[in-house]
Design a protein around this ligand. Structure first.
Ligand code: ZN
Length: 146
């Protein structure tokens, strides 16, 4: 058991289990860390089976990350909205920013969030700065560091 846990902590994506009976039968068990799926495979096909499972793990992890990101992405127009959001949920917040350092500082003071990036193609264009209400120069992703 502790070996399973230790390697799971390290992020090993596929576990291969093989015992004396498996050796006799020419099989082994592959276990996906992401889905927990267990699959008995012929040792003769092991390389191909591992490659397939790794490809599946990669795709499952990407899908999970995309779902997590879209489930935790919000859009706000005012500092009050962002403050409430940051107090009640974790996540990324899209908001307009006029480009002034004073407004960036104010956002951090009030909400605890800082700018993370300026997306090339934001899901939505913001037209006013969330802190001062002036014309936004950029649509920015804000988040709190944890
Ligand atoms: Zn501003």
């Amino acid at each position: 058991g502790w070996k399973f846990n230790e390697y799971e902590m390290r992020g090993v994506p596929v576990r291969l289990e093989i015992g004396p009976r498996d050796m006799e039968n020419g099989v082994c068990v592959l276990v996906s860390r992401i889905t927990g799926e267990k699959k008995v495979v012929e040792q003769a096909n092991l390389v191909e089976e591992i490659q397939n499972m790794l490809t599946q793990v990669q795709s499952d992890m990407l899908e999970r990350a995309r779902t997590f990101m879209s489930d935790n992405f919000y859009s706000v127009d005012t500092l009050d909205e962002m403050k409430e959001l940051m107090e009640n949920k974790r996540g990324f917040t899209l908001a307009g920013w006029c480009g002034s350092e004073a407004c960036e500082d104010k956002v951090r003071e009030v909400t605890g969030a800082t700018s993370r990036n300026i997306p090339f193609q934001p899901a939505e264009e913001k037209h006013t700065c969330l802190a001062c209400g002036e014309k936004a120069k950029n649509t920015v992703v804000f988040a709190r560091a944890y």
